[in-house]
Design a protein around this ligand. Structure first.
Ligand SMILES: [Zn+2]
Ligand SMILES: [Zn+2]
Length: 268
């Protein structure tokens, strides 16, 4: 089924599904839909670019029920304020994210309290505190139709809390930001290397590989490797690192690209 047909079929089928409008340091946005409710997690693309990328899925911003914001870094919020104002979309975010001042005035917002489940129509969402260098960052776990999707990026290091909160997902969007060796040998200045590789920066491929078994590999139908660094990673290194965990079978793995994102993934 093409992305367009898949988009049209969404409201007809009661399946939890997700797609990426694009992922990486230049912008992140993830679509999550349970057949009734359609939300955008972050929007690191400017409004016009976001409109274009949504159109690839035959979607218009006015068809979104809400925007959820994980934290205030530009690659997650660049288009949030403009989209919310233009299309009067409610925004769900923590007070810390709002206090950063990066979103401007929002027409309609709801506070997210970390570790407290909230519901948008029937879609249940757990916001989970993560270690990352932002004001009050969270990542999200979704529940619908007896299935569960974790969206877990911008993670400085895998804490016990994160491992517990994302245990037993059926599908996972997981940060695989950098290859440790490529970061060390790459073009970033030393201070940025320390930030990216530090405990409040981003998750390395080997850290993602160490975390996955703690989340329960048996149940995971789809693992979408996300937020890959353009300069310090490549899909081949990610797949080489994660595939051995899956007994050499990479059919459950996909990579969300910066330019083209990733087509709809259904959680059966
Ligand atoms: Zn960030
Ligand atoms: Zn980011």
């Amino acid at each position: 089924m093409s992305d367009v047909e898949e988009g049209r079929a969404q409201h007809a089928s009661a399946v939890l599904r997700f797609a990426s409008l694009g992922s990486g340091s230049k912008g992140n946005a993830t679509l999550v839909c349970d057949g009734e409710t359609r939300v955008l997690v972050d929007c690191g693309f400017g409004m016009r670019e976001a409109e274009k990328r949504l159109a690839r899925f035959d979607l218009h911003p006015s068809q979104l029920d809400a925007i959820l914001v994980s934290h205030e870094h530009g690659d997650h919020v660049r288009g949030v304020g403009a989209l919310a104002r233009r299309y009067r979309l409610p925004v769900y975010l923590t007070p810390g994210t709002m206090r950063s001042g990066r979103l401007g005035t929002l027409p309609h917002h709801h506070w997210v309290t970390p570790q407290q489940r909230f519901v948008i129509n029937g879609l249940e969402i757990d916001p989970v505190t993560v270690p990352h260098d932002a004001c009050e960052p969270v990542q999200f776990r979704f529940h619908a139709h007896g299935r569960s999707l974790g969206v877990l990026t911008d993670l400085g290091h895998p804490t016990a809390h994160v491992a517990e909160a994302f245990h037993g997902c059926d599908a996972l969007v997981l940060e695989c930001n950098h290859d440790v060796q490529m970061l060390a040998e790459g073009p970033y200045p030393a201070s940025l290397k320390r930030r990216v590789g530090g405990d409040w920066g981003h998750l390395a491929n080997v850290q993602a590989a160490a975390l996955l078994p703690r989340l329960g590999l048996d149940r995971l139908q789809r693992i979408v490797c996300s937020h890959l660094s353009e300069h310090n990673n490549c899909p081949e290194r990610v797949l080489d690192t994660l595939t051995p965990l899956l007994d050499g079978d990479d059919s459950r793995l996909s990579v969300a690209a910066q330019d083209h994102g990733l087509a709809w993934q259904r959680i059966a």
